[in-house]
Design a protein around this ligand. Structure first.
Ligand code: 5MM
Length: 340
């Protein structure tokens, strides 16, 4: 493990006002999004969509790193250029999702555990050869009646820590993503309580597995009320609850925090990140950045609809969202940017 290289890569991913683009949807997730818009659920369509993303001119001004799916990291653009080279040429660091997805957890009704540790060392070595410099693993925590259980939190935290240690051994910066889901009618206070317990457990496991905290990034949920909760807090209240939760649980040595969007609208995700940076940036030990998938891609996908003729407008929409989130990192985002 080269600690200096890991620390430099982790810092580069959250440097300045840039953030990450998650384009690592597994085929089932990608197909769900394509199906809603009548886009064919084929390898050709997935490749075309991802080529549209990586060839968006100017994307590298806002995006530091892109998280790819196994299929995409092996693909080429129509002209034969590998996707990885296209990203590097655009000034974007290539990364790879390495978990094998979340399955139903035995003896834990309604809960999931993420798989993918078997054979991981060999897969990581191959991804390094292809050009990846960081990796990502997502754990899913569901909030409901009597859940999450201690067993679910511990199993997922342990797997995240084993994955992170193996990434660092291979020279890849691990992005550790424990996602407390927004689904349900739980309150913001309940989300805060669960997120705190999850983060405490995750960092305890990361230390136990000897993960170098300076050489990793955290990709968490914001602290939010459930989507069906009747009381939806203001942007400022969410910003405050989220930052306070992390101040209690995330070590100062972590190179950066890059939020997932988790099903928030693109505008709300930008506004909430912006509020955190406006109000707290100067007194936080870590950078507050983004690692959005839907909150960057969805407006562009809605325009593209699988048609070549719509590609320029879709790229414009993608760049617009990336610029909004870059502004949110600086604390300079405003609703007026949406109509610009
Ligand atoms: C939570 O999902 C991650 C962030 O995306 P959003 O900003 O849309 O919430 C995302 O990176 C996710 O891990 C990938 O899309 C892969 O998900 P699947 O379910 O396909 O493994």
């Amino acid at each position: 493990m080269n600690a200096q290289v890991l620390n430099e890569t982790a810092r580069a991913l959250v440097a300045g006002d840039k953030g990450l683009l998650a384009m690592d949807e597994s085929n089932p997730t990608c197909h769900k999004r394509f199906a809603k818009l009548g886009i064919p659920q084929t390898e050709a369509a997935r490749r075309a969509w991802r080529e549209l993303i990586v060839t968006t001119a100017g994307l590298g001004e806002c995006i530091s790193g892109a998280i790819l799916y196994d299929e995409t990291i092996r693909q080429q653009k129509k002209d034969g250029t590998p996707m990885v080279k296209a990203l590097i040429d655009a000034g974007i660091i290539p990364g790879i999702k390495v978990d094998a997805g979340a399955i139903d957890m035995p003896a834990h009704s309604g809960e999931k555990v993420t798989e993918g540790l078997d054979g991981l060392r060999e897969r990581l070595a191959e991804y390094v050869r292809i050009g990846a410099r960081f990796a990502k693993w997502r754990a899913v925590i569901t909030v409901g009646a009597g859940i999450p259980s201690r067993g679910c939190i511990q199993a997922n935290a342990h797997a995240l820590a084993r994955y992170a240690a193996m990434c660092q051994e291979a020279g890849l910066v691990p992005i550790v993503e424990p996602e407390v889901l927004m689904d349900g009618a739980h309150t913001l206070e309940r989300c805060r309580e669960v997120t705190e317990e999850v983060l405490r457990t995750v960092f305890d496991q990361l230390c136990t597995q000897r993960v170098m905290i300076e050489g990793m990034l955290l990709k968490p949920n914001m602290v939010l009320p459930g989507l069906d909760c009747p009381k939806q807090q203001t942007v400022d209240e969410v910003a405050e609850a989220t930052v306070n939760c992390f101040l209690r649980t995330v070590p100062a040595a972590v190179a950066g925090i890059a939020f997932l969007s988790g099903g928030q609208s693109a505008e709300l995700a930008s506004a909430r990140l912006n509020a955190m940076n406006v109000r707290f940036k100067s007194r936080l030990p870590w950078a507050l950045a983004f690692s959005f998938s839907r909150a960057i891609q969805q407006p562009a996908l809605d325009i593209w609809q699988g048609k070549d003729a719509n590609a320029p407008a879709a790229q414009q929409a993608l760049l617009q969202r990336a610029r909004c989130n870059r502004a949110a990192r600086r604390g300079e985002y405003s609703a007026a940017m949406e109509s610009a």
